[in-house]
Write a protein that binds this ligand. Structure first.
Ligand SMILES: Cc1cc2nc3c(=O)[nH]c(=O)nc-3n(C[C@H](O)[C@H](O)[C@H](O)COP(=O)(O)OP(=O)(O)OC[C@H]3O[C@@H](n4cnc5c(N)ncnc54)[C@H](O)[C@@H]3O)c2cc1C
Length: 436
């Protein structure tokens, strides 16, 4: 019986999987190719790097991602421990200082006596032993080829990243502090207001701006939750005003009314020296980004610390290839976790890493593998990854349709509260002692 496992990739899923397996008394060898080799989207040398937004999204128990986070908290997830320790103000959302977050997780993993971190690119899946593949959407080329061979094929779609500006380059006479409907501390975001004329001019310029074109042989498929801003704008003049530029619930205190449209800036680090443009992921060329985004009131003199970009995302056809335990049907000693399974999002990736870590440990110890209960958000996610082809394109929300039916005549919000309660009871039954 092997009591050692290999994890490939020290991202959100890989670190959570390694942590959970080690917590269960199994030795882990974790391979991470940074800092020797970086993907196009990774920049920090540490583990568990958040590549785009620094937000882990809503923290309320009334939405799927909030439920997932609460379950992870109760399950003793390292991801949530790191997030709590490094959070920054973000209204009703949970956002973190990405450098502190990565530093925190790296330290915890590196100092764990049962985890050995090997800073090397793995180009092949080891032929023996239990392996968790968590190399992410930007899995390095040779390994992606190998996974393609093993899994029959792999797929891809495109993702885009939002720009970050320096706080001291923002014009605070124009930008105002407020969070939507006064959530959080009520002033967690900076908001750049636009009037109707400015908005129309901005959309027109955005549509005409030069974009980075994909290579001719590449078919560009975007994930809806990470749609480039210019792509959204092309769907209709009002689309942005009902999307990332929505003014609802954001009153400009200087005039006492909601602006016609708003660009929100979210604090990026603890020192509040950087802000990201919320929802402004883009594939405009770099000079065009500077030109167009400096049209935003308050950002005329903006200094860009990071510009937006677009990346290919690799994933396997999980519904066809994986069991809900995260195991590869054709070779059950190999488990997959994180975005390479087609699931999308930081919290979702960490959640799937949690399930893979628990199951890899069980496999190493000769125990029976399980899927978290269907009443839980983490259980729904595991089923969602493997049951639905559509998982690749709508995974930001756990599919509530997968939960068992509840008694009729309950309002939606109450239903979700009830699910949370039932979910916690089910969690306790799954991993006794964790949900108390
Ligand atoms: C461009 C982009 C923007 C995104 N924006 C958001 C967002 O705003 N919000 C959100 O919730 N989610 C976002 N996501 C999704 C989110 O990043 C991922 O879901 C999450 O980071 C994936 O976690 P992971 O552990 O699967 O992969 P990662 O966090 O990418 O970790 C994989 C790790 O494996 C390493 N690695 C790769 N190949 C090898 C190899 N051969 N050998 C050794 N190590 C290797 C990499 O260096 C990396 O550290 C975005 C993804 C991308 C690509």
């Amino acid at each position: 019986m092997t009591e050692q496992i290999t994890v490939i990739g020290g991202g959100l899923a890989g670190c959570e999987a390694a942590w959970q397996a080690a917590k269960r008394g199994v030795k882990v060898r974790l391979y991470e190719m940074k800092p020797g080799k970086y993907s196009e989207a990774h920049h920090l040398p540490g583990l568990s790097e958040l590549v785009c937004s620094n937000s882990l999204r809503g923290d309320s128990l009334e939405n799927a991602v909030g439920l997932l986070k609460e379950e992870l908290r109760r399950l003793g997830s390292l991801f949530m421990e790191g997030a709590e320790a490094t959070k920054v103000p973000a209204g009703g959302a949970l956002a973190v200082d990405r450098e502190l977050f990565s530093t925190y997780i790296t330290k915890m993993i590196e100092e764990h006596p049962d985890i050995e971190v090997v800073r090397e690119e793995l180009t092949r899946i080891p032929e023996e032993g239990i392996v968790v593949v968590a190399s992410g959407p930007l899995t390095s080329g040779p390994l992606a080829e190998e996974i393609g061979g093993l899994a029959g094929s792999y797929l891809y779609f495109y993702d885009a990243i939002a720009p970050i500006v320096a706080a001291d380059s923002i014009d605070y006479d124009k930008a105002f502090r407020a969070s939507r409907y006064g959530k959080g501390d009520g002033d967690d975001y900076l908001n750049c207001p636009m009037n109707e004329e400015q908005y129309h001019h901005f959309v027109k310029e955005l549509l005409a701006a030069e974009k980075v074109e994909p290579k001719s042989f590449e078919k560009v498929v975007h994930f809806e939750g990470c749609m480039p801003i210019e792509e959204m704008a092309s769907r209709g003049i009002e689309t942005l005003r009902f999307g990332p530029m929505k003014p609802v619930g954001l009153t400009d205190p200087r005039v006492g009314v909601e602006p016609y449209a708003v660009i929100q800036l979210r604090q990026e680090n603890r020192e509040a020296t950087m802000f990201n443009l919320v929802g402004f992921q883009t594939k405009l060329t770099w000079p065009e980004q500077k030109r167009i985004f400096r049209m935003i009131p308050g950002l005329e003199q903006a200094q860009f610390l990071r510009l937006g970009s677009m990346h290919r995302n690799t994933f396997i056809n999980a519904p066809q290839l994986l069991l809900a335990t995260c195991q590869l049907k054709s070779d059950p000693r190999v488990l997959f976790a994180g975005q390479i399974t087609g699931v999308e999002g930081y919290v979702e990736s960490a959640s799937s890493g949690f399930v893979a870590g628990v199951n890899a440990a069980r496999l190493a110890k000769g125990e029976e593998l399980t899927v978290p209960p269907a009443e839980t958000a983490i259980g729904a996610l595991a089923r969602h990854i493997t049951n639905t082809e559509a998982a690749h394109f709508q995974p930001m929300n756990v599919n509530y349709g997968l939960f068992p039916p509840l008694p009729g005549r309950i309002k939606k919000k109450e239903k979700r509260g009830l699910l949370a309660q039932r979910g916690l009871e089910a969690l306790e039954a799954w991993l006794p002692g964790v949900a108390g």
